[in-house]
Design a protein around this ligand. Sequence first.
Ligand code: HXC
Length: 510
Amino acid sequence: MTDILKELGDRRAAAQLGGGQARIDAQHGKGKLTARERVELLLDEGSFEEFDTFVTHRCTDFGMENVKPAGDGVITGWGTINGRQVYVFSQDFTVLGGSVSATHAAKICKIMDMAMQNGAPVIGINDSGGARIQEGVDSLAGYGEVFQRNIMASGVVPQISLIMGPCAGGAVYSPAMTDFIFMVKDSSYMFVTGPDVVKTVTNEQVTAEELGGATTHTRKSSVADGAFENDVEALAECRRLVDFLPLNNRSKPPVRPFFDDVDRVESSLDTLIPDNPNQPYDMKELIHKIADEGDFYEIQADFAGNILTGFIRLEGQTVGVVANQPMVLAGVLDIDSARKAARFVRFCDAFEIPILSLVDVPGFLPGTTQEYNGVIKHGAKLLFAYGEATVPKVTVITRKAYGGAYVVMSSKHMRGDINYAWPTSEIAVMGAKGATEILHRKDLGDPEKTAAHTKDYEDRFANPFVAAERGFVDEVIMPQSTRKRLCRAFAGLRGKQQQMPWKKHDNIPL
Ligand code: HXC
């Protein structure tokens, strides 16, 4: 028995050493943690249950029969984050460059299947040279199996991808189909074709970092949702994110203890809106002031700053926030902001997370760039996402709610459940100046008449009461009491049930 136990111990120790100390040192030398260190940091201490530690590949080509590292370049299993179950895979770059063989893919598929059966999120830590070249089509088939599971799991369990090394070629499409992608600055990249191919085909000279680094994907392409300084920060932020999410689409988000008075009055909100309607203010201030303990977990903070998306808690319960940001482009809706917010709204709806919309929107951004790039279709994504969402939807209009953007932003007409307006709201087809220029074009040469017309329009529409008279706004509320009103609103909607007509699936404009 002693010998048997020793063999198990030796084999486990060898497996835990991955590609060996020299490669571990090289990994550390690049500022990266090893696959195992990442899992340890991600999960609660001592909670990791590993599977398939001793799996090896079955390839016999190119001398591979002599290279059979236990685990085959990926560590898989489950553990807990603050006591809640998650499934994890972590690719080990020290073993054959973390490349994906048929068996490596099968290990990932196994834990994805278990995650689906047991209703727990999947967190994938990606650090891989891609398809294992020696295995040819077997490797591609393995990727295909993972892709199919990403699709089946979408909307059933949350899927989070951490990119902590190379992720290139078709391999990028697995993370791309997950709900959130986090990248690490200067040590991770994602692209369909690398800089060398780009140079050959398009003659563009670009570094890997410029082409597909964390900054590129969080600022330009919006492929990734967050960029972090190092592995430790990315893993810690992933833990924070998981704390906001339900484990699956049939369970409610976790309710955390909260230490913030529901009735907390924020007098400063009464003066948040500047006298001048064209002067911006920071919508984040409002979010922080209504959230439990001022905690706002922002998603895609570096992309389309004219709309804010992220999670807060009210009375300890997760709420997804979508908010126009007057500080950036006056909070206008455009292609990028509509896409960003639509995806977020759909995530919340898929996972039963109530949605709070904070509205100060002057309309859609005009211009040929927007029209040629399909603002009609992209703007429709947000409209569609709000309209199909059946989770509790509460809206607060703080200032402008003009035109189509008023309707889009979770208005009553898009099945908004409770729609509040601050007394500073202006709900109209457009601003008074624009309206005057169209309605009284013949008087434009006369400043006095123009000013009178503008004032007329302002008096009529630069307030929430016309909408309130029609019931399009449920209540005009004091800014200082917004937190309390929102807590009460969401509390009142906890039992909400709304059915959609039967359909195979909808056809959201893509
Ligand atoms: C087999 C691989 C490998 C791969 C790396 N290695 N990628 N082995 N298949 N895809 C091995 C290397 O041979 C090396 O082994 C070890 O991993 C570390 O790699 P290095 O090149 O020394 O590391 P580094 O200099 O950091 O470069 C990392 C890298 C480079 C940029 C990822 O390895 C690389 O370009 N690899 C090939 C990438 C690629 O073209 N993959 C296929 C993409 S297409 P030794 O023993 O020498 O240390 C794809 C399609 C997916 O993935 C399709 C899905 C449908």
